[in-house]
Design a protein around this ligand. Structure first.
Ligand SMILES: [Zn+2]
Length: 87
């Protein structure tokens, strides 16, 4: 279980993929339908760039979130979904 926050930094390109959702599907070994937030019951429609809120971790990751959590400014607790590292 990790705590994440939606990444607000400079825009990154998903190249060579068409989208962050495609990046997620190509790199993750999980098949995720529901939002990664631990208790959210909505469908994950957006693959969002996030940071993991832990000391010394400055990497950017992608996780599937619902449209609501994808624009949240708050820390989000994720359940069993493993974030895929982007950079
Ligand atoms: Zn959600």
């Amino acid at each position: 279980m990790a705590i994440i926050q939606v990444f607000k930094g400079l825009p990154l390109s998903p190249y060579p993929y068409e989208s962050w959702m495609e990046h997620w599907h190509m790199k993750s070994d999980q098949w995720v339908i529901w939002c990664a937030e631990a208790h959210c019951k909505r469908v994950a429609l957006v693959a969002s760039l996030v940071k993991i809120l832990e000391e010394g971790n400055d990497h950017v990751y992608v996780v599937p979130l619902c449209k609501g959590h994808a624009v949240s400014d708050h820390a989000i607790s994720i359940g069993g979904v493993k974030p895929v590292r982007v950079k």
